[in-house]
Design a protein around this ligand. Structure first.
Ligand SMILES: [Zn+2]
Length: 467
């Protein structure tokens, strides 16, 4: 008989009550909804899954208290086998933690809840490399402070994915922004592990190479993650970043002398490095927009249990001088074949995702034009010269800001067009900008701030190109 997994996206939608924390331009309720939905999708092949908020618009309860009560009541009525409430942490720390209701070692549900929390934590830390803040008993009062853990009747855990207002030197915010599907996958693996089952391979969001036509004759692959323990084992594309972080003692491994990093984590660090995250020193108070949530997981107190745990001492800041790479001042001749671009799998995937987000409604030529604009930026000395730096440059591409990039699911057509664009001469007449001129998300005439400084080159599909 299939087990019943209840997944709770821990807050109500923006604009209602019982919303979550917000900082760095992201909100807890959006992150946990995306993660819960993807986690459900990954589990539904082998489990019966119920989401507390099946749609982004679902509002639970009438106020802060009933919003929390609705969650455990739903799970109890459905007779769920396990309950997972997903949250995002706040308070400028770093890392992942879980909570369970601790009624002592004689209480079966507590023991099982502890085991569930442990299984999820182990898998999450292994996949993301985030700091393990531990599996924490909710013993703040005799009754426990977290309503959904105290009132549920099945093994239950509450996870705090990462810190939404984390200092920039930590991977937390980048994970919450760009790696929601990967976090969902790690949580799902923990559920499989708790039930002694193994999760099938569903890695399609990570690498294009896994999307080849399935060979029905071959036996199912066991999803083993390669672990990189020394700098020498780290692949070339990630090594400069990892060397930098180890040298700065920001990355200290698992305590046993091993780096203990998986490929996903290498990608996370590399992307964050490309974004310049590790070049900034943390200034306290520089994270505008942080609002503490009204009544997070506690239904009988405004005090969050996480606040009681002392913060560890911060690793020394990385000095900007050591990390800043100088920008070339002379134009870089733009090569016209893929080998010369030599993009990593991850860069290819990021490029395909951007084309999906910007031009999935365009025809083949229209999609390739977007690739050419990106390549032209890489070749233009006024823009960064690395692909990921171009894609994630602040305020450069709206899909990065509005989340469409994260949701992107590039199809074979897009992948073909990206490969073709990489091997053909520039078709965009040197364009380094484009904007949407038709359709729902067009920019009204005269409202595009860049326009007065640019030369208009061509219109194609819904896009107008400039340099
Ligand atoms: Zn929360």
């Amino acid at each position: 008989m299939r087990k019943r997994v209840f997944i709770d996206a821990g807050h109500n939608p923006t604009g209602t009550f019982n919303t979550g924390a917000a900082a760095n331009g992201i909100t807890e309720q959006d992150v946990v909804f995306d993660v819960a939905l993807e986690m459900g999708r990954l589990l539904e092949g082998d489990f019966d899954v119920k989401l507390s908020r099946p749609t982004k618009e679902t509002v639970l309860g009438m106020n802060n208290v009933s919003a929390i009560n609705a969650r455990w009541q739903m799970a109890n009525e459905w007779l769920a086998d396990i309950f997972i409430s997903i949250h995002v942490n706040a308070g400028s720390g770093t890392g992942f933690e879980t909570f369970f209701f601790d009624a002592g070692p004689a209480n079966t549900r507590s023991v099982q809840s502890n085991a569930l929390s442990r299984a999820i934590t182990d898998n999450f830390i292994k996949a993301t490399g985030l700091r393990d803040r531990g599996v924490k008993p909710d013993t703040r009062t005799n009754l426990g402070a977290i309503g959904v853990l105290r009132q549920t009747t099945m093994p239950a855990t509450l996870v705090e994915l990462a810190f939404i207002d984390s200092p920039r030197a930590n991977p937390d915010v980048g994970l919450l922004m760009h790696f929601r599907n990967e976090m969902a996958e790690a949580l799902a693996k923990g559920v499989y592990a708790y039930f002694g089952m193994e999760m099938g391979d569903d890695d399609t969001t990570i690498s294009p190479s896994t999307e080849t036509t399935p060979n029905t004759e071959s036996e199912p692959e066991t999803p083993t993650r390669q672990v990189f323990n020394t700098i020498q084992e780290v692949p070339d594309w990630a090594r400069p970043t990892i060397e930098k972080l180890v040298a700065a003692e920001a990355l200290q491994g698992n305590g046993g002398g091993n780096l203990d990093l998986c490929k996903v984590m290498l990608r996370v660090f590399t992307v964050l490095d490309m974004m310049g995250v590790f070049n900034r020193e943390y200034e306290s108070g520089s994270y505008a927009g942080y609002t503490s949530n009204t009544a997070d997981t506690t239904d009988d107190s405004t005090d969050q249990p996480t606040r009681l745990i002392p913060e560890p001492t911060r690793p020394p800041p990385i000095t900007p001088q050591a990390l800043t790479t100088s920008q070339p001042q002379t134009p870089i001749p733009r090569p016209h074949n893929q080998d010369e671009w030599s993009l990593t799998d991850f860069e290819m995937e990021a490029l395909c995702k951007m084309v999906w987000a910007e031009a999935r409604g365009e025809d083949d030529h229209g999609q390739r034009l977007v690739v050419h604009v990106i390549l032209n930026r890489m070749a233009d000395p006024t823009f960064p010269n690395k692909l990921l730096e171009v894609l994630f440059q602040r305020n450069a591409f709206s899909p990065v800001r509005d989340g469409a990039f994260n949701r992107a699911t590039p199809d074979e057509g897009i992948r073909r067009n990206v490969l073709l664009a990489l091997s053909e001469p520039d078709q965009a007449r040197g364009a380094t900008f484009f904007r949407t001129i038709k359709g729902a998300d067009d920019v009204p005439e005269g409202k595009w701030s860049h326009e007065r400084n640019l030369t208009r080159l061509l219109d194609y599909g819904k896009h107008r190109f400039y340099r």
